[in-house]
Every structure is written in C-alpha cells, then in structure tokens.
Design a protein around this ligand. Structure first.
Ligand SMILES: *[C@@H]1O[C@H](CO)[C@@H](O)[C@H](O)[C@H]1NC(C)=O
Ligand SMILES: *[C@@H]1O[C@H](CO)[C@@H](O)[C@H](O)[C@H]1NC(C)=O
Ligand SMILES: *[C@@H]1O[C@H](CO)[C@@H](O)[C@H](O)[C@H]1NC(C)=O
Length: 168
C-alpha cells in the first residue's frame, strides 16, 4: 500500500513538473491582442512594442480569410511590403494560423493582397527566456538556446526513465 501511495505521489510530482515547464516555457500571443486582430485597423507596431516574445512562444494570427494572409519574410522585403520571395507562407486558409518562434531573432510578417501597404505588417523581436549578459555576442546566445533545448530533452528522458521503473 505504501508503495502505491509513493507511486501516486511521484506521478503527481512528474505531472506538476511537466505542467510547470510548459507554462514557464511557452506562451501563445494573439497577434494584435485578440483572436481577430490581424487586420489593418490595429496598430500592430504599438502592440508588438508592448509584448515580450521568448523562444518557444507561439503566435496566433486570427483574421478574415477572404481578405488577408500571413507571410514570413526578411527585413528588406518587410520594409518594402514585397510578398514575392517570402521565407514562409503561413496562410492555412481558415484565417486561424499559428507560428512557433524558434529562434532569438526578429521575425517579420506581412499580409498579402496589398494590405501590407495599409499597415498589416508586424515585426516580432524574440529573446531568450533568461536574457544573456550584455557582453554576450549573438553566437553565444545561440549556444544558450541549444543548451536550453538539450536541457529540456534531458529532463523529459529522465522522467520517462523514472516512469519506466515505477510503472513496469
Ligand atoms: C502606431 O503606433 C506607433 C507608436 O505608438 C506610432 O508611432 C505610429 O504612428 C502608429 N501607426 C499608425 C499607423 O497609427
Ligand atoms: C530578402 O528576400 C528577397 C526576396 O527573396 C531577396 O531578394 C533579398 O536578397 C533578401 N534580402 C536579404 C538581406 O536577405
Ligand atoms: C499562401 O498560401 C495560401 C494557402 O495555400 C494561398 O492561397 C496563397 O496564394 C499563398 N500566398 C502566396 C503569396 O503564395
């Protein structure tokens, strides 16, 4: 009986650790602030400025699918509203698109259909969870990101291992 209690407690702790990890590690941002705010009426520059985006966070683009779309592109194309030669077409077709922010860098998004000229564009500056000291250069912040990922994977492996021992 005691052993069963112990197993239950360990299971509870494992679940809590996983849940806390998820909450701490990623956040879903509704682009523009709501589920329907990927549209030219919203000042996306202002919205983006007041947000904190971290690696492993997600973006949600909600919009009228008949009008707008979502393209990821580079800075030059973003500034000039040039959709051709985009990096990724995120448009799914239903007006409900998600995008994972995988790296610490600035991502650029615009809408196709000429709406970029009306202001339907946004730059998303992504940082590491734990900001590296100012003296770190970008190559070092890259390795910090790798370390973070390796660390998470390791934790998962250990949990799976413990799980295997306890619940054979
Ligand atoms: C959006 O907000 C920014 C910062 O408040 C401001 O500088 C900019 O002019 C605004 N853009 C539009 C299109 O209103
Ligand atoms: C940005 O993308 C455009 C279109 O693919 C390309 O022509 C341009 O060289 C790119 N600019 C940079 C700085 O990578
Ligand atoms: C992006 O993908 C959508 C859905 O597949 C498509 O309708 C649209 O034409 C694509 N946009 C570009 C610029 O290729």
């Amino acid at each position: 009986m005691a052993s069963l209690m112990f197993r239950k407690m360990v299971l509870l702790v494992i679940i809590m650790v996983i849940m806390m990890g998820n909450i701490a590690n990623s956040k879903l941002h509704n682009v523009g602030g709501t589920k329907i705010s990927w549209n030219p009426k919203v000042n996306l520059t202002q919205w983006s400025f007041h947000q904190h985006f971290h690696v492993a966070d997600w973006l949600y683009f909600g919009y009228a699918e008949n009008y707008y779309s979502v393209l990821e592109l580079n800075k030059t194309s973003y500034e000039r509203c040039i959709g051709a030669g985009f990096i990724k077409n995120i448009t799914g077709g239903a007006g409900r698109d998600v995008f994972e922010l995988k790296e610490a860098k600035t991502y650029y998004f615009i809408s196709g259909g000429g709406f970029c000229w009306q202001g339907l564009k946004v730059a998303i500056k992504v940082t590491q969870h734990v900001a590296p000291p100012p003296k770190h250069v970008s190559s070092e912040s890259k390795s910090a990101s790798d370390f973070c990922q390796v660390n998470q994977t390791l934790v998962m492996l250990i949990l799976v291992f413990i799980w295997g021992i306890l619940f054979k």
